[in-house]
Design a protein around this ligand. Structure first.
Ligand SMILES: Nc1ncnc2c1ncn2[C@@H]1O[C@H](COP(=O)(O)OP(=O)(O)OP(=O)(O)O)[C@@H](O)[C@H]1O
Ligand SMILES: [Mg+2]
Length: 352
């Protein structure tokens, strides 16, 4: 497959020899030779401007005690003791970008309801530059979990596709925000916020900006022309079918990249790490986690780190390695779902 012009996602295009050398090193990584990627200094990251667009949601947790069964129905009664709200979906991705010290803009739609106000409040407390479209008829997407003794008893979801006019207004806003950003990151959670994704990709690519997509669903035609797409194993299987071997996987991904004109595909493979597919070849990075506590949100950290690095001018292969290390750190954390530049580059410390 030939990538369209400007496919190189950094000022150092990936050459076949670089990728092969890197793959070779990764194969012999007893001394983690392949992982010795240069530190990215703080000013470089601070100059990186990432525009995150997608489905934002509120992750809400109610923690309580269960001491009796309801007299109304055979269900436990939870006496709620504590509540917690966290930014989810595209907002979590944006938070991950800014935790690394890069600039994160966030374009998304929320309703005029209490969860929408809570998202506004939480974003206000973060360093994310929020550009929110408000849809008065939209119930803001919220996932409410009810937990007792660390066990989830129930999850309740509220969600609806935003109104047509609001999405069109978002597209206009996207076009005005684009010139002020280096990289576009589309975080699709299939809630309708990315209805105009194809148009956004076309506009961003025409402006010479790399576009990274975290996909959802089985219709990837809508991501045509994106620079890089980051499915997990289940998401890729849904689109290319179940592969029988690594060679079969490579063939299926190459055919997909060719048909959708994708420069690169990064398959995240949970405990198996991640694999990058480009015209120059295939690069595999093994998982780096020392301890695994909470794997949810690792995909958000991967794409956020990639985008922040590419915006800082880091070559793709190095960006993938940083993203793999960031994922290895985030899965070792309970509760928080971000990685800072100091955690990613502890030695030597990132320069102020
Ligand atoms: N169990 C694990 N052990 C080690 N590393 C892991 C594990 N799970 C995830 N990772 C790291 O996190 C990366 C992303 O994980 P994964 O492939 O599960 O993404 P995901 O399914 O999109 O995650 P999510 O949608 O929950 O954010 C992996 O490529 C790997 O580096
Ligand atoms: Mg994911």
């Amino acid at each position: 497959m030939r990538c369209p012009a400007r496919c190189s996602v950094s000022d150092q295009p990936i050459s076949r020899s670089t990728l092969h050398a890197a793959t070779e090193a990764a194969t012999h990584d007893a001394a983690h030779a392949s992982q010795q990627v240069p530190t990215v200094r703080r000013p470089r990251l601070a100059a990186s401007r990432v525009l995150v667009v997608g489905d934002v949601m509120l992750d809400r947790y109610w923690f309580g005690d269960v001491t009796r069964i309801s007299p109304e129905a055979p269900v436990p009664v939870v006496h709620v003791q504590r509540t917690e709200d966290r930014l989810g979906g595209a907002a979590n991705v944006a938070r991950n970008v800014s935790a690394l010290g890069a600039q994160a803009g966030l374009l998304c739609v929320v309703g005029h309801d209490e969860p929408g106000e809570r998202i506004v409040e939480l974003l206000g407390q973060s360093s994310v530059n929020a550009h929110l479209e408000r849809d008065p008829a939209l119930p803001t997407t919220i996932k409410l979990r009810i937990l007792s003794r660390q066990q989830q008893l129930l999850r309740i979801d509220f969600e609806k596709t935003p109104a047509h006019e609001v999405l069109l207004a978002g597209l206009v806003k996207f076009e005005t925000l684009l010139p002020g950003h280096d990289v576009v990151l589309l975080s699709d959670y299939a809630k309708g916020g990315l209805t105009h994704v194809t148009r956004m990709i076309e506009t961003a690519r025409a402006a010479g900006k790399p576009v990274l997509v975290d996909p959802k669903g089985d219709d990837w035609e809508r991501y045509r022309g994106a620079t890089l797409i980051t499915p997990n194993r289940a998401e890729l299987t849904e689109v290319v079918g179940r592969w029988k071997s690594e060679a079969d996987l490579h063939a299926r991904v190459d055919a997909l990249r060719a048909s959708l004109q994708l420069c690169a595909l990064l398959l995240t493979r949970s405990e198996e790490g991640m694999t990058l597919f480009t015209d120059a070849g295939v690069l595999h990075e093994s998982a780096r986690a020392r301890e695994v506590y909470d794997v949810s949100g690792a995909g958000d950290t991967v794409i956020a780190t990639l985008a922040a690095m590419l915006g800082a001018g880091v070559p793709l292969i190095e960006a993938v390695r940083h993203a793999n290390r960031a994922a290895g750190i985030v899965v070792g954390k309970l509760g928080t779902a971000t990685v800072s530049d100091d955690e990613l580059f502890p030695d030597p410390p990132a320069l102020a």
